[in-house]
Design a protein around this ligand. Structure first.
Ligand code: TEU
Ligand code: CA
Length: 579
């Protein structure tokens, strides 16, 4: 894999040897905060910006350099902030603009950067632009959104929303339908409209001027739609047509992103990260290639479905090679000029990594630390999803009334009300796949509501907060929290873990994932037993493991088997060696 690409020295006109394109957003460790669930400072049961300010020292102690906030703009919260009604103001429940200015100032004081979630594929239906747009067909804002006449007394075509139901909502005032690929309270913008693009760029500029250091561009690869509005193919068992090729990764998307980057981000001091479903390591370069001048990184969905069976309520065993190595090493083995990647496995749209990829019962701590070892020793920017650093798990005992995600209730209508699926199976499916699994309140301590709120929480706290919380891990040398701190400190100390290249070894091994990172002659060997068995690691002949120096492991030294040519690993054992 080409590690360095040629960089010509401006004055001498010669190739700069071993040039590395160093950036703050490559070197830093990021932390994603689902603001609603992180820390409630005023007892209304909803997390807020002042709550985050109170916890900045916790994040600094953990070793965080970058904080990525899920949406904080004014919103009726049909989709928890992903439906914005005022792009220049802060959601009432989260606080005020001055709270956000203080959060930025306090974060910068602690040398932490702020990345904002930018939701510009759509707005809330309560946004003034949409209120105007739906008034009449001649309205100047009409064309900010996507309106179509119905067909055969129904919607313009058979597209279904990602959140259940039709992707079209009838509006009787003008006897037309508007498009919403998400909920009906999230009407899609028409990005072909230049006035709209100008207004959206002004909004981004507003936040840049507030000191925001970067943006995560929500569903950005959906912003262009195929205006033929052709029906999608209806697959068996489905109610709606497959519309993905008409609303995702259309070529015009690149022009819009280039326009934004060129006009607003030419200084290069900010970072632009896209969220792009349907993109993987083979085609991510179309957005992140250094020659594209579009995005620095993209959040993909590669790890979301690992372990998921055909149906939501079915699971299938993880195949280390197909499900993990092919994907993770695929991202690792890309050329430098194809772009950088975030290293994340949990976020607010999927379930807790530990429950999905690890073992949140018998080997709770070992497997959490094993997964963290992968996250911090591969090439990319680690994004810790809040609570993963203490081993938070899926909410196992939720009843239907405990769920809050709009998608849960829309899809209930599609699947259970129509008798396609029994309620029992639907609930089992939710326990494995619902986004609410990773939106339960941060577990700070074993007091009521896990120290998240003094009021009634907007969503139930995970019932295991007595055992799993920050308080009982801070001082425990062997805790998951302190293992994360050691990994972060190691990554800060060893540039090879940031910019070093990646060479997988023993690729055919079905239980052990191992690889070497190398930079300027420094080599680090990472060995990870991904499951609960006790396989043997056989060092390739070129590695003299008996001379290697063990740097970090997720078992105590006295519990580990000594290095020999062949090492029998313990369940979920992870080892990091300096060679
Ligand atoms: O999610 C985007 C998203 O879900 C789509 O990209 C889709 O799932 C994917 O393209 C299918 O291939 C973002 C946010 O992360 C999510 O929380 C919001 O609900 C959604 O957009 C709407 O804003
Ligand atoms: Ca609050």
């Amino acid at each position: 894999m080409l590690l360095f690409y040629e960089k010509i020295d401006g004055e001498k006109g010669t190739v700069m040897e071993n040039y590395i394109d160093k950036k703050w957003w490559k070197e830093g460790v990021a932390y994603q905060i689902y603001v609603r669930s992180f820390m409630d400072s005023n007892g209304d049961g909803v997390g807020d910006l002042r709550g985050i300010i109170e916890r900045l020292d916790y994040l600094k102690h953990l070793g965080i350099d970058i904080i990525y906030l899920n949406p904080i703009n004014k919103s009726p919260n049909d989709d928890n902030g992903y439906d914005i009604s005022d792009f220049r103001d802060i959601m009432d429940e989260f606080g005020t603009i001055s709270d956000f200015e203080e959060l930025i100032a306090e974060s910068h004081k602690r040398n932490m950067k702020i990345i904002m979630d930018l939701v510009i594929n759509h707005s809330s239906d309560e946004h003034p632009w949409f209120v105007e747009s739906r008034k009449n067909k001649q309205n100047p804002y009409r064309d900010y959104y996507i309106w179509q006449p119905g067909k055969d007394n129904g919607p313009p075509n058979n597209w279904g929303s990602f959140f259940g139901g039709s992707a079209w909502e009838y509006d009787k005032t003008t006897n037309e339908y508007y498009l919403h690929i998400f909920s009906k309270k999230q009407p899609d913008f028409n990005w072909r409209n230049e006035n709209l693009r100008r207004e959206l760029k002004a909004i981004i500029k507003f936040w840049i001027n507030k000191g925001v250091d970067g943006f995560r561009m929500d569903a950005i690869n959906h912003i262009e739609k195929d205006f033929s509005f052709a029906d999608g193919v209806v697959k068996n068992g489905e109610v709606y047509g497959d519309f993905i090729k008409y609303v995702q990764n259309l070529p015009e998307v690149h022009g819009y992103i280039k326009e934004i980057r060129k006009e607003l981000f030419s200084s290069g001091e900010h970072t632009l990260i896209g969220e792009t479903g349907g993109i993987n390591y083979e085609n991510a370069f179309i957005y992140t290639g250094s020659d594209r001048k579009e995005l620095d990184m993209i959040f993909h969905f590669d790890m979301h479905s690992v372990g998921k069976g055909e149906k939501d309520w079915e699971r299938k065993p993880i195949d280390l090679i197909k499900d993990i190595k092919e994907k993770m090493s695929g991202w690792q083995m890309r050329k430098e000029e194809e772009g950088w990647c975030p290293l994340f496995y949990s976020n607010h749209d999927t379930t807790r990594t530990l429950s999905r990829l690890g073992n949140d019962q018998k080997y709770w701590a070992q497997s959490a630390k094993m997964l963290a070892t992968l996250q911090f020793t591969q090439r990319g920017t680690p994004f810790i999803y809040y609570g993963d650093e203490i081993g938070m798990t899926n909410a196992k005992d939720f009843k239907l009334e405990d769920y809050r995600d709009v998608a849960v209730f829309n899809k209930y209508k599609d699947l259970v009300d129509t008798k396609i699926v029994t309620e029992e199976k639907y609930l089992i499916g939710l326990s494995y796949t619902s986004r609410d699994n990773s939106r339960t309140p941060m577990q700070w301590d074993d007091s009521k509501n896990s120290g998240f709120t003094s009021g009634t929480s907007w969503i139930k706290t995970n019932s295991n907060y007595n055992e799993i919380n920050v308080e009982n891990q801070l001082e425990d040398e062997q805790s998951i929290l302190n293992y994360y701190r050691k990994l972060i400190a190691l990554r800060n100390e060893k540039e090879v873990l940031v910019y070093g290249n990646f060479n997988e070894i023993n690729g055919e091994d079905k239980e052990i994932y191992s690889y070497i990172r190398e930079l300027n002659g420094e080599r680090v060997l990472i060995i990870v037993n991904f499951f609960g068995n006790e396989p043997t690691f056989k060092a390739p002949i070129e590695i003299d493991i008996e001379k290697a120096r063990l740097v970090l492991s997720n078992y105590k030294l006295e519990e580990m088997r000594k290095e020999t040519k062949e090492i029998v690993l313990k369940p979920y054992e992870a080892r990091i060696y300096s060679l």
